[in-house]
Design a protein around this ligand. Structure first.
Ligand SMILES: Nc1nc2c(ncn2[C@@H]2O[C@H](COP(=O)(O)OP(=O)(O)OP(=O)(O)O)[C@@H](O)[C@H]2O)c(=O)[nH]1
Ligand SMILES: [Zn+2]
Length: 296
């Protein structure tokens, strides 16, 4: 029995890397019966059957896992955020950040297509980027598309870690990875009018070696599923709200109607970004109003 890591999953086969070799494995029937699906990033024990084939016997405990993209044991996520084409959405960005906070995965916000902005648009979005940096999140806002200093900064953050790259379809995930590691030669897609219907160039989830780090390139997605949390916990996934909330008058303040709420005070003082608070209220209402039979 050998220990390895699943690097790729395709049509029921799992490519496991172990001791510098790649084995094509299948999961045994008992996984299917117990409804356990191995994910890319899972550490597994497997048995070699013949040569480079084998079957997975056991999955080792997971540090974390994401549903979209389906992947396990991730340290960090590059959130590829289009400055335009598709248009920047703070709502989408915040939803991605919350999903990562819930899974204890550190976000790195990387703005793509900043080269397509006018000077005025650029100044405006750069202010937004600085707001996220103040939360604090790692934010990379390239002066020029794929300039050396942005790529170096990203490489440094990725080194030695298991990373995932996420972002809307067409955000530029594959293009960014090709700049980080040209030898990958990933296929990229032309943005078309079909964008809204979801044109996915990347179809499978796979871990790629980039410098000393691993990155999972994943199929793009258009929106997140409903977040599987209690509405009273939502503010915990906004780091700056969590920081401020120790000064709210009421313990368990959800920062909506309570008096003496520090979060609301910091929003009106311009310390907390107004867009973050608006997105919070919208999500709070959505989660609170969803059907009671929703699991959880
Ligand atoms: N001008 C400009 N174009 C970019 C940039 N990044 C990506 N693009 C273009 O945007 C289009 C989509 O890029 P992809 O890398 O295929 O996007 P993706 O996020 O991998 O898309 P999916 O695989 O569908 O999820 C391609 O035509 C790229 O050439 C950028 O920084 N500037
Ligand atoms: Zn409060």
């Amino acid at each position: 029995m050998i220990k390895g890591k699943i690097f790729q999953s395709l049509s029921g086969f799992y490519d496991v890397h172990a001791d510098g070799k790649v084995y094509r494995t299948r999961a045994r029937g008992n996984f299917r019966k117990r409804k356990i699906t191995p994910l890319v990033g899972d550490d597994v024990e497997f048995q070699i059957e013949d040569g480079d084939k084998g079957y997975i016997l056991r999955m080792l405990p997971r540090k974390n896992s994401l549903v979209r993209p389906p992947i396990a044991n991730i340290d960090q996520a590059i959130v590829a955020t289009a400055a335009t084409q598709p248009e920047f959405s703070s709502n989408l960005l915040d939803r991605q950040l919350i999903a990562l906070e819930i899974s204890h995965i550190k976000p790195i916000i990387y703005f793509t297509k900043t080269d397509l902005l006018s000077t005025a648009q650029r100044d405006q979005l750069q202010t937004v980027a600085m707001g996220y940096q103040a939360i604090p999140y790692d934010v990379i806002f390239p002066e020029q598309a794929f300039d050396d200093s942005s790529l170096d900064e990203l490489q440094t953050l990725l080194a030695g870690k298991e990373n995932v790259i996420m972002g809307q379809t067409g955000a530029g995930k594959s293009t960014l990875l090709n700049h980080l590691a040209p030898e990958l030669n990933l296929k990229t897609g032309e943005i078309s009018a079909a964008l809204n219907r979801g044109k996915h160039t990347t179809r499978k989830v796979a871990l790629l070696q980039v410098g000393t780090g691993l990155i999972a390139d994943t199929p793009g997605f258009s929106s997140y599923d409903t977040l599987d949390i209690d509405y009273r916990d939502l503010a915990n996934y906004f780091p700056e709200f969590k920081r401020a909330s120790v000064k709210c008058r009421f313990r368990g303040c959800v920062h909506v109607n309570e008096p003496d709420c520090e979060v609301k005070r910091e929003v009106s003082d311009g310390i907390i970004m107004e867009s973050r608070y608006t997105n919070y209220l919208q999500l709070y209402t959505d989660i609170k109003n969803r059907k009671p039979n929703y699991k959880k």
